[in-house]
Design a protein around this ligand. Structure first.
Ligand code: F6P
Length: 362
């Protein structure tokens, strides 16, 4: 095969394992005699806001275990809705995708490996429809991408959240308080569910099940009646009450998603009001996105990166690599972005949680 020029980028929120994917992409390509270039900060390196860097063995040495991304990332600056500030301070968005494709072609690239979540893979799919040879790699701690059993970064985020819940247990018990902990999970409650069950939470509120405060308070009162005067409540940031909306700390601006946050504090206030108990809330936030990936995430990241390069070698463009145990296979990007993978209400972990007496506030 000829000497291909492969470009790789990381887009959207970071997740533990990004560097391991980059390493696998670089080494698998170099071992085929190809050249690899990193597009810095999303598509910035091709759109004049950042640079392109050639990636060598040296660039990816010793990075498998490192959090973050050596290429930088952004969740702004989609080439399809690029934000441009107007003289009056307002922001409009413009479609710069043709310009991006032209920049990609003029640099002589043969393939793009786009590592990203829902938003980045949507972009990759649109670029593929316009003829860009792209292979996607599924990243997000939220684990909400369809077509793959798991995204890299998810298990590390679950571990971080579960460790935090373990620590909160002892302080909740000493003070006989209710601790309400907000974890990430915009559209799906995977982190809340997995961490909550693993760390024996009493209530788990997820976006898939609008909750009733009365039901949450009943659970806390019944624990109190059984001689357990403390409780742990896990709230996914995208959870909402049956009669209300999700909580935003910033509404969406052109070219960017709104920022969720504050539901734990609201729930905590309501619990204090209806049970009379002392409550505290905290937001784990970006702690869940940082740090060294667990061995599971390193391995799946390395497997995804190597598989993406095999897709390039086989000319399988417009695809995303996906875990379909025990294999990694290529699925059409369209299939991957068509829907969000929410928690099925009859999933075994849900049934387990209910069997253990955990409340979902329904
Ligand atoms: O997509 C992952 C995610 O962690 C969401 O759960 C969260 O809403 C979002 O990223 C926050 O991203 P940022 O703070 O980088 O805008």
């Amino acid at each position: 095969m000829s000497r291909l020029r492969v470009a790789v980028n990381t887009g959207g929120g970071d997740a533990p394992g990004l560097n391991a994917v980059i390493r696998a992409v670089v080494l698998s390509s170099l071992n085929r005699g190809w050249e690899v270039w990193g597009i810095r900060r999303g598509y910035g390196g091709l759109m004049g806001t950042d640079e392109l860097v050639q990636l060598t063995r040296e660039s990816v040495r010793g990075i498998t275990h490192l959090g973050g991304t050596i290429l930088g990332t952004t969740n702004r600056g989609s080439p399809f809705a690029y934000p441009v500030r107007q003289p009056d301070g307002s922001i409009i968005t413009v479609d710069r995708s043709d310009e991006l494709i032209e920049a990609f072609r003029s640099r002589g690239f043969d393939a793009l490996i786009a590592i990203g979540g829902d938003g980045s893979l949507h972009m990759a799919n649109e670029l593929a429809k316009k003829g860009l040879p792209v292979v996607g790699v599924p990243k997000t701690i939220d684990n909400d991408l369809a077509a793959t059993q798991v995204t890299f970064g998810f298990h590390t985020a679950v571990q971080t959240a579960s460790d935090a819940l373990d620590k909160l247990h002892s302080t909740a018990e000493s003070h006989e308080r209710v601790m309400v902990v907000e974890v990430m999970g915009r559209h799906a409650g995977w982190i809340a569910l997995f961490a909550g069950v693993s760390a024996t939470a009493d209530v788990i509120l997820i976006p898939e099940i609008p909750f009733r405060m009365e039901s949450v308070c009943d659970k806390i009162r019944s624990r109190e009646a059984e001689g357990r005067p403390f409780s742990i409540v896990v709230v996914a940031e995208g959870a909402r009450p049956v009669d209300g909306e999700a909580s935003f700390i910033r509404e969406a601006e052109p070219g960017a998603a709104g920022r969720l946050g504050g539901m734990a504090e609201r729930v905590s206030g309501e619990i204090a009001r209806c049970t009379g108990k002392e409550t505290r809330s905290l937001v784990l936030g970006h702690l869940q996105r940082g740090g060294s990936p667990l061995a599971y995430d390193r391995l799946i990241s390395l497997r995804f990166g190597a598989a993406a390069v095999r897709c390039v070698a086989d000319g399988l463009f417009g695809t995303m690599v996906a875990l379909d145990p025990p294999d990694i296979r290529a699925v059409p990007l369209q299939e991957a972005v068509e829907r969000i993978k929410t928690v099925p209400l009859d999933a075994d972990v849900m049934l387990t949680a209910r069997d253990l007496g955990i409340s979902f506030g329904d």
